[in-house]
Design a protein around this ligand. Structure first.
Ligand code: HH2
Length: 282
């Protein structure tokens, strides 16, 4: 194992084994997500998509009702809840780990009450002052993701002296804030936030140097799936980024990512498994 982190992620009463790479499948219940916006807008379609991803081997489903793509319009908590709650309620019966992709404490709380296990907060508990308490109250798993700026502004002119060390410092600071709110270390996962306030070169450096985040002793999640840095390197549109995503997932796993967040679960599960086998043996 490359990671110094204990090989599990505590998410309420569930302990996700991270001896093998966990695949988090994306379920977007949004009209405007960058790669699948509008495809699974109603709960029926989104739930059916969740079932498909479970059949493809997803270990976690990440359910989101608000796009975070650059320039996206914010939605109200009521609208977000209307989108995601029926999907959480239906998918909870499958027993798969459920993550709620939200920056709103009210949405997180309702999803946790409906049976979700993880809060995936792209603001790393900075967006809503109540969020840390909600995560602590439920002993939920939490993804602390790095973002420079906000989704509306983040791609304007992202600048860093050293992107990897700045993200590492951010993780340490957010971890302290989480502890102060009563969140246990074993519930925390770090995510460098590929595409969130980063240039193509920043995203490539994050993947190349992902192993440096492991020194913090927590599992690392990477979310390169179909993102625009792949489009820029390969000059391909969003619906033609499977191979680019595969290469990014392979590098992330090679460098110690414990969890990958992807749209194409079947293919990326195989990529992750094969890369881990080359890295560690069977
Ligand atoms: N990326 C997206 C959304 N949420 N959460 C984490 N932890 N890490 C990520 O890299 C990440 C994320 C963007 O992808 P997607 O959900 O497909 O698009 P949108 O935000 O437009 O719905």
């Amino acid at each position: 194992m490359l990671s110094q982190a204990p090989p599990y992620w505590q998410c309420r009463d569930r302990r996700l084994d991270l001896h093998s790479v966990a695949v988090m499948g994306v379920v977007n219940v949004t009209p405007d997500s960058f790669s699948d916006g509008g495809k699974f807008m109603d709960p029926e379609h989104a739930t059916a998509h969740g079932f498909d991803l479970i059949a493809e081997g997803a270990d976690i489903l990440d359910i989101g009702g608000e796009s975070t793509r650059p320039g996206a319009e914010p939605v109200s908590a009521d609208e977000e809840l209307r989108r995601v709650l029926p999907v959480v309620e239906r998918l909870r019966q499958t027993g798969v780990l459920l993550s709620i992709d939200t920056a709103k404490a009210a949405v997180a709380r309702a999803a946790l009450e409906a049976g979700a296990h993880i809060v995936n907060d792209v603001t790393a508990l900075r967006g809503d002052p109540e969020m840390a308490d909600v995560v602590a109250d439920f002993s939920a798993g939490v993804v602390l993701m790095h973002m420079q700026g906000t989704p509306r502004t983040m791609q304007a002119n992202p600048t860093y002296k050293d992107v990897v060390s700045e993200i590492r410092e951010f993780f340490s600071e957010r971890r302290r804030a989480a502890h102060a709110a009563g969140i246990a270390d074993e519930c925390i996962v770090f995510d460098p936030g590929i595409g969130f306030g980063k240039t193509v070169e920043h995203n490539l450096a994050i993947l190349r140097r992902l192993g440096e985040f492991l020194l913090l002793g927590r599992p690392v999640l990477a979310g390169p799936s179909r993102k625009s840095f792949i489009g820029k390197v390969l000059d391909v549109p969003v619906d033609d980024r499977l191979e680019g995503t595969a290469a990014a997932v392979a590098v992330a796993v090679w460098n110690g990512a414990a969890i990958v967040r992807v749209h194409d679960v079947r293919a990326m599960k195989r990529v992750a498994q094969m890369t881990a086998a080359v890295r560690d043996g069977l």
